[in-house]
Design a protein around this ligand. Structure first.
Ligand code: CS2
Length: 500
């Protein structure tokens, strides 16, 4: 539903705001609750599109139902962009669901306050220490946790972590803010808190607990004990495809709502938020929105990381090499679909979840990826790939090898990632590699070193491959061959030769 040339430009329309809600067409949902009466019960770190297309929507549902203690104070840890877009709109934004030709939209009102952490560090610490706050959620991406991926421990060389450990000034890192907020809660005797990582990392709750306690221990042993004894870190599986917002999206939302929204969020209808049922205090009343609380999240986590995210990472690498800009474009190619079937045939049996759940999840993936209304960019998914490949592709490969099973599709995906890390596609065109962890890795091979030397160098990337796989010829040999074939024939031909 794109605006026609006769319609006003998006920015010429009245701006979305509290005062403009009455002008929305009746079909557009909106907060009918008294936002001034909503109280912050959640602090969120990492105010990107994903949060606004996922957790913030469930909080808005709760407020709509009259549970007024579940508003959100959201913080951007770096950039002021989202705050600058949303504050003139009273924190409101449009959330649009797109599925093929159908689109529906609602205005979300759960963001009660937006903090840009570097500008107002004290406000964020105070929000974290607020006794009314019961839950902290995080979407800070894989690289936000200051974790050393090779050891699973705190990465003291991470610049933000190092800065926070070196000085007691205003925090910079997510861990620094959490530690400061928790320390204040401890001193004030505030009620216990639950902290939920909503990033695509395995055992994300345990991982966050481990790095945060290690960080706190470096500060103050009493803080460490407080965290270990009173704070809950349930693991969580989050799922929803939420591509970065484009100018075309802004125009579409303006045409749909009649109002200009500087930063709407567009997503697919499918979603999951499965949280380990281990809360320190009150649990958010999100079940009515379809959020599930379970005893053990790990089977769901693996299912999602390996079936969806692993396929995404493979599509992103193949897509970058073959010149597919978006996921729907990539999966329109029959060779990619044949590869994916093999990829899923390898990964599905590694899951410790009942077969029917895995099969249903897998069956829904191709239609989700193919959704033409969500042009999810391969470049976006390829961001930070070196932090994604281990849990998405390498872990299932390792498990299959341990059982003596084949790993042709998994190895091919890893090979495509290695080739795409050179920043050049199969037609010889350069593209940017947005992967700071890869760029900072001292062993990174020089471009155009040749496939054999390239594979050899990458196999020394311990944070990705560990110490075992490089020595295992069942992994190293086919990897080297796949990298060489992709270099010689191009990714699509090398893929067709293997998977049809
Ligand atoms: C994607 C995820 O960018 C990526 O790494 O694989 O953001 C993916 O879209 C979501 O996890 C879907 O739930």
């Amino acid at each position: 539903m794109l605006s026609s040339p006769s319609e006003p430009a998006a920015t010429e329309r009245p701006r979305l705001s509290e005062g403009a809600l009455d002008r929305l067409p009746p079909a557009i949902g909106r907060p009918r609750y008294d936002r001034a009466a909503a109280r912050p019960g959640i602090v969120h770190l990492g105010l990107g599109a994903f949060h606004r297309g996922h957790q913030a929507v469930f909080a808005d549902d709760a407020l709509r139902r009259g549970d007024m203690g579940w508003g959100i104070v959201a913080a951007s840890l770096r950039s002021p962009e989202t705050r600058d877009a949303l504050c003139p709109q009273d924190g409101l934004y449009t959330f649009a669901l797109r599925d093929g030709a159908s689109v529906s939209a609602r205005v979300v009102g759960s963001l009660l306050r937006i903090i840009v952490a570097p500008e107002e560090p004290e406000a964020l610490i105070a929000a974290l220490a607020d006794p009314a706050v019961k839950l902290v959620t995080l979407t800070i991406t894989e690289k936000g946790y200051g974790i050393d991926r090779a050891t699973g421990r705190l990465d003291r060389a991470d610049p933000a972590v190092a800065a926070d450990l070196a000085a007691f000034g205003p925090p910079v890192s997510a861990l620094g803010f959490l530690a400061a907020g928790l320390d204040r809660r401890r001193q004030a005797g505030a009620p216990p808190l639950t902290i939920v990582s909503c990033d695509n990392l395995p055992k994300n709750g345990a991982m966050l607990r481990a790095v945060l306690t290690e960080f706190a221990a470096a500060r103050d042993p009493a803080l460490r004990s407080y965290i270990e004894e009173t704070i809950a870190f349930p693991s969580a599986m989050v799922d929803r495809i939420v591509p970065a917002t484009t100018e075309a999206d802004r125009r579409e939302v303006a045409a749909l709502t009649g109002l200009f929204d500087a930063w709407p969020v567009l997503a697919e209808p499918a979603f999951d938020w499965i949280v380990e049922d281990r809360f320190a205090g009150e649990r958010p009343p999100f079940e009515a929105s379809g959020v599930r609380f379970v005893a053990d999240v790990e089977p769901y986590e693996h299912m999602k990381l390996r079936l969806l995210n692993g396929a995404h990472t493979a599509i992103a690498a193949i897509g970058r090499l073959a010149g597919f800009e978006t996921v729907p474009q990539a999966v329109a190619h029959p060779g990619v679909r044949r590869f994916l079937e093999r990829y899923w045939a390898e990964t599905e049996p590694t899951l410790a979840i009942d077969a029917a759940t895995a099969a249903a999840y897998r069956a829904a993936l191709l239609p989700r990826f193919a959704n033409p209304a969500l042009p999810h960019r391969t470049a976006q998914i390829a961001t930070d790939a070196s932090l994604k490949v281990p849990q998405r592709l390498v872990s299932p490969a390792r498990e299959r090898l341990a059982r003596g099973e084949g790993i042709e599709a998994l190895v091919f995906a890893v090979a495509a990632w290695i080739r795409s890390s050179s920043g050049e596609n199969d037609a010889g065109q350069a593209f940017a590699v947005a992967d700071p962890a890869l760029l900072a890795w001292p062993g990174r091979p020089a471009p155009r070193l040749g496939p054999e030397a390239e594979t050899e160098a990458f196999l020394r990337f311990e944070a990705v491959f560990g110490a075992d796989l490089p020595k295992d010829p069942r992994f190293a040999v086919p990897l080297s061959r796949a990298v060489a074939d992709i270099a010689a024939e191009g990714v699509l031909a090398a893929m067709a030769a293997r998977f049809g």
